[in-house]
Design a protein around this ligand. Structure first.
Ligand code: ZN
Length: 302
């Protein structure tokens, strides 16, 4: 038995398999990403709390001899166990390593992969059918988000994707539509662009806000951030049915017909002459070609 295994046994530490499963559950709870394990990181204590580790278990350390430098290095047994469990998950392609994630998001984090996401849902008894609606990050989807956020803006942008129907059911298009949703919601900081509402569920797994297409899916609207806008349920509905639209200066226009129906709460938006809350970068603002199409084809004018 190795020195490390003896120490794990001596301090009655949880098994590596148990720690792997706890990591996947915690990753799901933290939106698919957790920081590297180092002293003082809240995540290290959070997982220790899950196992109700006592003070001794948390502070026990290993002495490792660094032959190259000819010195003894002390490492916390708990950190080491966490790292080994995460390393195993990385080898099984359940998570991306901090060095990989860094290249994608500029943050040193462990991130779920699609395979790890499926396994985490399974461990938490969440049906796989809910996956599509969760904002949980995965390495594959984040690659798409990065591409969407960084794609150059084109003045002659065509908001229609003529091939959309053909690839509708592929895994690739399912990932792309999750990428669209996450990119839009991130771009708008999880807030409704119209009313600023920002709410999450009690389990912190999902946001109330939705990613709306400006040129909708059914009209073959592209899954691009500049054909998207983050809206709460009410404003998503009002935008999709044509009670509200956007002007070229991003002010909200409300249909004159709302007064006849007594929908004054929509009118208050127009009276204030409100501009929507926009993303930080103007390259990903809604594109004029998309909002112009919405005004002409969806907005209710009669
Ligand atoms: Zn709203």
């Amino acid at each position: 038995m190795s020195y490390e295994s003896k120490m794990l046994e001596q301090f009655a530490m949880p098994s590596r398999k148990e720690v792997e499963q706890a990591l996947l559950r915690v990753l799901l709870k933290h939106n698919g990403v957790i920081k590297e394990f180092s002293s003082g990181e809240a995540i290290v204590d959070e997982i220790a709390d899950e196992f109700m580790l006592n003070a001794q278990q948390r502070s026990a350390f290993l002495e490792t001899i660094y032959r190259k430098e000819n010195r003894v290095k002390k490492a916390l047994l708990w950190h080491r166990l966490l790292f080994r469990a995460a390393d195993t998950l990385a080898k099984e392609n359940m998570v991306s390593r901090p060095t990989q994630t860094l290249q994608l998001t500029k943050k040193r984090e462990w991130m779920l992969t699609e395979k790890g996401f499926d396994e985490a849902l399974n461990l938490c008894n969440i049906p796989a059918s809910k996956k599509e609606f969760l904002p949980t990050k995965s390495y594959e989807v984040q690659k798409i988000v990065k591409k969407l956020i960084e794609s150059p803006r084109n003045e002659n942008y065509d908001p229609f994707d003529k091939n959309k129907r053909i690839i509708k059911t592929t895994r690739e298009s399912a990932l792309r539509s999750r990428g669209f949703r996450q990119a839009v919601i991130e771009a708008y900081n999880c807030q409704c662009a119209v009313c600023g509402l920002k709410l999450k569920s009690p389990d912190s797994l999902s946001w109330e806000v939705e990613a709306a297409h400006i040129v909708p899916n059914c009209s073959l609207g592209r899954d691009d951030v500049c054909n998207g806008i983050a809206l709460c349920h009410l404003h998503h509905w009002a935008f999709d049915v044509g009670w509200i639209t956007l002007l070229d200066d991003y002010k909200i226009q409300v249909s004159s017909q709302v007064d006849c129906l007594g929908y004054e709460f929509f009118r208050s938006l127009a009276d204030k002459n409100v501009r929507i809350c926009l993303p930080h970068k103007d390259e990903i603002y809604p594109h004029r070609n998309a909002i112009c199409w919405h005004r002409q084809n969806i907005f209710y004018r009669q």
